[in-house]
Write a protein that binds this ligand. Sequence first.
Ligand code: GUN
Length: 284
Amino acid sequence: MCAQLIDGVAIGQTIKEEIAKEVATLVEETGCQPGLAVILVGDDQASATYVRNKEKQATKVGMKSEVIRMPAETTEEELLEQVEALNEDETIHGILVQLPLPKHIDENKVILTIRPEKDVDGFHPVNVGKMMIGQETFLSCTPYGIMQLLERMDIPVAGKHAVVIGRSNIVGKPMGQLLLQNDATVTYCHSRTKDLASYTRQADILVAAVGIAKMIKAEDVKEGAVVIDVGMNRDENGKLCGDVDFDSVEPVAGAITPVPGGVGPMTITMLLQNTLESAIRASR
Ligand code: GUN
């Protein structure tokens, strides 16, 4: 048996085309062009690549895109001042500070300074709290993207046993919450979980967000399970791979996301969706 491939590139493209149409309509009807500002502090190469991609894709759907590059020695105060300036800028609807930040800057303080109405990452505690109680808010982009993949593949969630491996604030925790809100029965596993396989083997939907290359093998997966791979690792040959050993798991799974081309393309897509939503709210 072969698993159904969940194509994040194609689904992301469809959503981006929908966003581009909505941006054009918003501009035409209200004159409001959604604006996304991304702040990059320091010269981490991976972060620089992510930020360039965000800039490119925002422009492509017709948004105003602004990237503010600040040197690694920027003080916390200087960064907070920059965020505050963007909070006041009416042409900017989404503010994203690329993480990780240099060690001398307190990430939590920076996130708290972003106005929740412009926090298109969905990292501000106000937005996290709203998500927890199911109120309209900005959802963290990666778990939001995964919910979109499931929805657009017509994969039912209600009543299913979802097992999430990983408990980060950005992916694991919000992922479990969104699955719960869609009526899944949710189990969280993490680095201290004993006998991990005894949980993963019970999963109808398995989300792997651990950061260990090819950790999930065929014997860890129930026949027919939906396998979502959030991992972005390098294998022994330096090739990009996920947390799931795709070649071994694919014949067992019912549906599976590849790496690259699964979850990855959805994260930026949902960032654009959140920015559009923010501009719509601001123009009401
Ligand atoms: N660094 C890695 N992923 C992300 C993300 O989704 N948002 C921000 N702000 N930084 C990141």
